[in-house]
Design a protein around this ligand. Structure first.
Ligand SMILES: [Zn+2]
Length: 425
């Protein structure tokens, strides 16, 4: 039986209807219901292609107390995501075909959101020898994105070899850009405020130096590098410079680096402790401008669940990271759409089309057209809500937006014609 979704404003254009049959969109336009057809009232909602996250921590295997593939993909669906790239810093590390296939299978069985496992670049994330990149690429999980995220691939010759290796299967190295020798013991952005608070600083140069180095290497060997969680104005400038030369670089910004600033460290509340750290208001402004002009290709959540005991402690001993899947679209609406910097077509590009392209994911980031997969999200941009942890699908509670009012809400998510989130209307 087919489903008719009525009254949409796709990408802010003319209200329209779309018909789903099986796993496909079969008709778009002014449609009327057939006898017996299920009708989904989407009056005034915005339809976007299903969101794709290039950077998610699902924590399974190994830290199922923080998140599982099931809980994390349910949170993803609640956030409007239909595909998520699961980072490799699990226990065991996702550095073999066996581990990436395990994660991929768990997601398939759960059915809430496609998961593309990210393969580790180096064995055990130790930064010493390359992992089995080819075996992971050839596995059932079809890995195309490789990252030691959480750690930087600091050794330049190893980074060069990784870039050369993934060319064979059109892969990409996603770098967590952090020069380790400049960030020993770092706790927050380095600046006047870190001095005032007496917390060791994480200088912008530690990020920018690695980005510059890796872009030079990528250009030299003609392979793709992707910069994770860009957080400084200098990083945006460097990437803009490299892109102007046509170098094969892409980059992401997290929702929190589009909204939150280092001032939050004055609370000493570890919910605001993240890597890379929250930066200055000038950095946030530069990251927004970079996302608007396409210097930064995508928004990626860096959803990083942690159990209460890792966050409910003093700042210096708390874990780095914050939740992001369930609030990403609202934060992007607030920071980019409601400020006039991106329209909904721009959001579709930065949160679906571009990440699917970078990750080489088939069947995602597709236009809402007849014959395409019925993989989309319906959002209501007119509502406002005060964020709370009530009803969250994540197993963790380290949500930095709790108590904050944000615009917009995901109403329903569809993955290949099946509703994975939202009430039936
Ligand atoms: Zn990272």
């Amino acid at each position: 039986m087919s489903t008719l979704v009525t009254g949409l404003a796709p990408l802010g254009g003319q209200p329209t209807d779309l018909r789903i049959d099986g796993d496909l969109l079969v008709e778009i336009g002014a449609l009327s219901a057939k006898p017996g057809e299920r009708v989904f009232d989407a009056d005034g909602l915005v339809a976007l292609p299903g969101l794709v996250d290039l950077h998610t921590h699902l924590r399974e295997p190994g830290r199922e107390d923080a998140e599982t593939v099931l809980s994390g993909t349910r949170a993803a669906a609640a956030g409007g995501f239909t595909a998520a790239h699961a980072m490799a810093n699990t226990d065991p590390v996702a550095d073999t075909a066996g581990v990436v296939e395990q994660v991929w299978r768990l997601a398939r069985e759960a059915g809430y959101c496609d998961v593309a496992p990210v393969g580790a670049v180096t064995v055990g994330l130790a930064g010493e020898q390359l992992a089995e990149l080819g075996a992971m690429a050839d596995s059932a999980a079809r890995v195309r994105v490789f990252s030691d995220d959480g750690h930087c691939v600091a050794d330049a010759s190893l980074m060069r070899r990784a870039l050369e290796y993934v060319k064979a299967f059109d892969g990409v190295i996603a770098q967590h850009a952090q020069e380790p020798s400049l960030t020993v013991g770092a706790q927050m952005n380095e600046g006047a405020l870190s001095g005032l608070l007496g917390l060791p600083g994480w200088p912008a140069a530690a990020e920018e130096a690695i980005i510059a180095r890796d872009m030079l290497l990528a250009a030299h060997v003609r392979s793709r590098v992707h910069v994770c969680h860009v957080s400084t104005a200098g990083s945006v400038d460097l990437i803009r410079w490299a892109k102007a030369r046509g170098w094969p670089v892409t980059a992401e910004a997290t929702p929190h680096h589009l909204l939150l600033t280092e001032d939050l460290a004055t609370t000493y509340d570890p919910v605001y402790k993240v890597n890379p750290p929250l930066r200055s208001a000038e950095d946030v402004e530069a990251v927004r401008a970079g996302l608007a002009d396409g210097t930064i290709d995508v928004v990626a959540t860096d959803h990083a669940p942690h159990p209460v005991e890792s966050k409910d402690c003093e700042w210096a001993s708390a874990a780095f990271g914050m939740l992001g899947l369930e609030t990403a679209l609202s934060v992007v609406q607030h920071a980019m759409v409601d400020t006039g910097r991106l329209d909904w077509a721009g959001v579709a590009d930065r949160m679906s089309v571009a990440p699917a392209r970078i990750g080489r994911l088939d069947g995602h980031g597709r236009p809402l057209r007849a014959g395409e997969p019925a993989t989309f999200v319906l959002a209501d941009p007119t509502v406002r809500r005060t964020v709370s942890t009530a009803g969250s699908a994540s197993k963790s509670r380290n949500n930095p937006y709790v108590g904050r009012e944000l615009p917009g809400a995901v109403v329903a998510t569809f993955l290949r014609g099946r509703q994975t989130f939202g009430a039936h209307r």
